[in-house]
Design a protein around this ligand. Structure first.
Ligand code: COA
Length: 137
């Protein structure tokens, strides 16, 4: 189900191998939200020595703008607090307005930018990554 959601809805889908590695890693949590027996969203967070990192958050096209990512992000933040991490970190494409709205609304601030970090989508150019963090302490 995770892989089907990635293939159907993600602009940068994770491979089956990446998803399996996340599920098998004791320092990684994968959260999902189901509706009517189907997965409508998932998020992946990794525990680092001091910080936690949100590595993925994805919602099906049909379930967007209904608060699903907000609920997933809340679960991720609670997990990072349980791990006693100091900050929750993430990287996001500079053009990803939906994700930026989600993160800014949750209180994330911008720490910097990696120029040309993301490969181009079809017909486009390489894109900057914004580095963001949410203080948890
Ligand atoms: C980004 C994404 C996860 C948001 O999921 P969602 O379930 O639609 O988000 P929610 O309904 O929980 O919205 C939470 C907040 O995000 C922001 N947001 C969501 N969609 C938005 C949009 N299209 N434009 C601007 N802000 C948006 C809003 O601030 C919203 O809060 P509000 O409803 O109070 O206005 C979803 O668009 C997605 O799966 N995108 C593709 C994968 C992706 O880009 N992941 C992020 C990688 S860093």
């Amino acid at each position: 189900m995770l892989s089907a959601l990635e293939q159907a809805a993600s602009p940068d889908p994770w491979t089956l191998h990446q998803l399996q590695a996340a599920l098998d890693d004791p320092d990684t949590r994968v959260f999902g939200i189901e509706r009517e027996g189907g997965l409508v969203g998932h998020a992946v967070v990794v525990r680092l020595p001091f910080d936690a990192e949100l590595q993925a958050i994805l919602v099906t096209q049909e379930a967007r703008c209904q608060g699903v990512a907000g609920r997933l992000l809340k679960a991720v933040i609670e997990q990072a607090r349980t791990w006693q991490n100091e900050r929750l970190l993430l990287e996001v494409r500079a053009s990803n307005d939906a994700a930026l709205g989600l993160y800014r609304g949750a209180g994330f601030g911008e720490d910097g930018r990696r120029r040309g970090y993301y490969p181009a989508h079809i017909g486009g150019r390489r894109e900057d990554a914004l580095l963001m963090s949410l203080p948890l302490a």
